[in-house]
Every structure is written in C-alpha cells, then in structure tokens.
Design a protein around this ligand. Structure first.
Ligand SMILES: O=C(O)C(=O)C[C@]1(C(=O)O)C=C[C@@H](O)C=C1
Length: 93
C-alpha cells in the first residue's frame, strides 16, 4: 500500500504531514493509556482503603465532581469520557 493510500492524502506533501502527525498521536495515545493505568492504580488504593474501613467501593458525590470537571473542560463528550474512565477505575455499577 502506498503512503498516499495509507493516509488518504492526495499529495506526497500532505501524506508526509499526516504521517508525522500520526506518530505524535501514537505517542500521545501511549501517554494517555499510561496515565489511565496510573489513575486506575491510585483509584484502587482509595477504594481498597475505604472498603477495608467498612465503607463502600463507590463514592457518588466524588464521581459527580469528576464528571463535572471533565464536562467543564470538554463539554458533553467529556462527561462520556469520564464515565468510561470511572468504569475502568471502579468497574460497572
Ligand atoms: O475518589 C474516590 O473516592 C474514589 O474512590 C476514586 C474514584 C475515581 O476513580 O475517581 C473511584 C470510585 C468512586 O466511586 C469515586 C471516585
């Protein structure tokens, strides 16, 4: 497959821009995945500590704060993103 086919570009110049930008996106995605995994580990510490003390796994008030932070920064899709992230961190409820 040619570079232009791979990128959807119609010129070599555009294909070069897209290829370079996709490398940056791949690096950013690796970083984001690493941060999500780090967040999952920190969240697990909180949940285990709360459960060990006799509390519940879930803190709905705190989840509302997390959802609001993402919504304020990213709009409605930010809420969906935060909900998926919370599901990764505490499982389905
Ligand atoms: O902040 C907490 O109390 C957590 O347990 C962490 C966290 C989160 O991942 O943000 C996970 C589960 C709770 O329902 C609320 C928030």
């Amino acid at each position: 497959m040619s570079v232009t086919e791979k990128t959807g570009a119609r010129t070599d110049e555009a294909a070069a821009v897209i290829t370079g930008a996709r490398e940056r996106i791949d690096a950013l995605d690796d970083h984001i995945i690493g941060l999500v995994q780090e967040r999952m580990a920190v969240s697990a510490v909180i949940q285990e500590s709360r459960i060990a003390s006799g509390g519940r796994r879930v803190s709905l008030n705190r989840e509302m704060e997390v959802l609001a932070r993402f919504r304020d920064a990213l709009g409605k899709p930010g809420t969906a993103l935060a909900m998926t992230m919370l599901e990764l961190c505490r499982g389905r409820i």
